[in-house]
Design a protein around this ligand. Structure first.
Ligand code: UD1
Ligand code: CA
Length: 461
């Protein structure tokens, strides 16, 4: 039986935050959620998270995806794993890692476990870093096995020169871990029970600790402060963009493109610079996104175009064209082959197939049918200061420019609303509605008016 343990009881003081370190986001996803995703992909019989202060913040992120074990007092990483002793099986492998290494990869965890299984021993992931400062250093025997991990604060000057470091990712041979844990002492510079000391006891018991050097040292970067958080963010961002490019997405300028961890993008879609794809956004194939698009939990179907626009919690169906400069707010569904043009705001509305809202309009709390034309400057007046009301515009209708539709109101099928109207009453199917002042024209009056105005001006002067 193999189990996984993620440590997340320490507060992360160096973050200087009200939030627990491991819930800080990297590419839009809490650090610890990245790690849990990777661990779940590897597959464990049980996955534990050791929590302490601010436990509720960790639970809010992970829910019941994992089992929680409490460490009342934070007496060190070794003490944290001691809390798991009652749940440790008699055999198999126990993978332990820390909640602050969000770049860890499933392939590398799996490789570490394979070594442990093959060697019937504990394996430890190490990394060779040009600047090993602050990491625990790896002490090896003549045969290459790890005999000890020495923390920065306990290391001698010679030991500090060692560039091979502890990544904090362990595949313990569970019986060895069970035997080592109760023997930890706080006899070290930090006065804590250090998980790293288990290595020493495993060796004393005649066990072996086999090092596995991580393929890419970037994968093991840990976050202790906000500077490291930004470093990890950059690395994760590059990794995500690379993955999309390899899967057939064209990213014109990776340096100015932000794609969060769980975003999906179809093949042959092109992302132009300045675009930000967030949350559970999913983009189909052959789309053109950007420049300067912000998509947040947006579903964009095949062959759609989103140019310099913001789309939040909404769907845009295939072949539709949004922007430039449109704002589609939560709860909207834009049908197929729709045009949403410049300076148009859509909120909590459905727009039917083939409809055009080409410029300068507000459509809120509305159900707009198929093949409707909404003219320039149309406003659905949905709010009376107390309540929101719906506007219904049925298939094939024409709403002229600068029309106000005072909701609740319906324009029936194939209706026609004259430009400049303020519509307060329903318009039946096929009807024409006009609601505006009649024009008065006074022939040849323009010159007289000018003369009058000129005289007024003279009096004043
Ligand atoms: C640790 C390792 C170090 C390694 C580095 C790799 C130890 C003693 N040192 O140092 O060898 O090079 O990680 O990133 O393990 N935690 C608890 N309870 C506690 C203390 C800590 O759950 O009582 C958790 C923290 O929430 C954190 C993790 O353990 O997620 C690691 O603690 P941290 O203080 O960040 O260890 P490092 O100093 O980075
Ligand atoms: Ca750390």
């Amino acid at each position: 039986m193999n189990i996984g343990v993620i440590l997340a009881a320490g507060l992360g003081k160096r973050m200087n935050s009200k939030r627990h370190k491991v819930v800080h986001e990297v590419c839009g996803k809490p650090m610890i959620a990245h790690i849990v995703s990777e661990m779940q992909a590897v597959g464990f019989d049980r996955l534990f998270v050791v929590v302490g202060r601010l436990e509720s913040q960790v639970r809010d992120v992970l829910g019941d995806e994992v089992s929680y074990i409490r460490q009342e007092e934070q007496l060190g990483t070794g003490h944290a794993v001691q809390q798991v002793i009652p749940y440790l099986p008699d055999n198999g492998i126990t993978v332990v890692l820390y909640g602050d290494c969000p770049l860890v990869r499933r392939e590398e965890i799996a490789r570490l476990m394979e070594t442990a299984e093959k060697e019937k021993a504990t394996s430890l992931m190490t990394a060779v870093l040009p600047d090993p400062y602050s990491y625990g250093r790896i002490i090896r025997s003549a045969t290459g096995a790890v005999t000890q991990i020495v923390e920065e604060k306990d290391a001698t000057l010679d030991q500090r020169l060692i560039t091979e470091v502890n990544t904090g990712i362990y595949a313990f041979w569970t019986p060895s871990l069970r035997a080592a844990l109760p023997r930890l002492t706080s006899d070290n510079a930090q006065g804590e029970l250090l998980l790293t000391d288990c290595v020493k006891y495993i060796n004393q018991d005649g066990g072996r600790v086999v090092p596995v050097i991580v393929k890419d040292a970037d994968d093991i970067a840990n976050v202790n402060d906000r500077v490291q958080l930004s470093v990890v963010e950059q690395k994760m961002r590059r990794r995500i963009i690379l993955r999309h490019m390899q899967a057939g997405v064209t990213v014109i300028d990776p340096a100015t493109t932000y794609i969060e961890a769980d975003v999906l993008i179809g093949r042959d879609t092109v992302i132009w610079p300045g675009s930000y794809l967030k949350g559970l956004t999913s983009v189909g194939e052959d789309c053109v996104i950007g420049p300067n698009a912000r998509l947040e939990n947006a579903i964009i179907k095949d062959e759609a175009i989103v140019d310099s626009s913001v789309i939040v919690d909404s769907t845009v169906d295939s072949l539709s064209h949004v922007g430039p400069f449109a704002y589609i707010r939560p709860g909207s569904f834009i049908g197929q082959d729709v045009k949403i043009g410049d300076f148009v705001e859509i909120k909590n509305s459905t727009i039917g197939n083939g409809t055009k809202v080409s410029h300068l309009a507000y459509v809120g709390d509305s159900d707009v049918g198929a093949s409707v034309n909404i003219g320039c400057g149309v406003v659905t007046v949905n709010y009376d200061g107390y309540q929101k009301h719906r506007t219904v515009i049925e298939d094939g209708s024409f709403v002229g420019s600068n029309v106000n539709l005072i909701a609740p109101v319906t324009v029936g099928k194939e209706g026609y609303v004259a430009t400049g109207s303020t519509i307060t009453d329903d318009v039946a199917d096929g009807s024409f509605a006009i609601a505006r002042e009649r024009q008065t024209t006074k022939p040849a009056y323009a010159a007289k008016l000018r003369e009058r105005l000129r005289q007024k001006d003279g009096h004043r002067g």
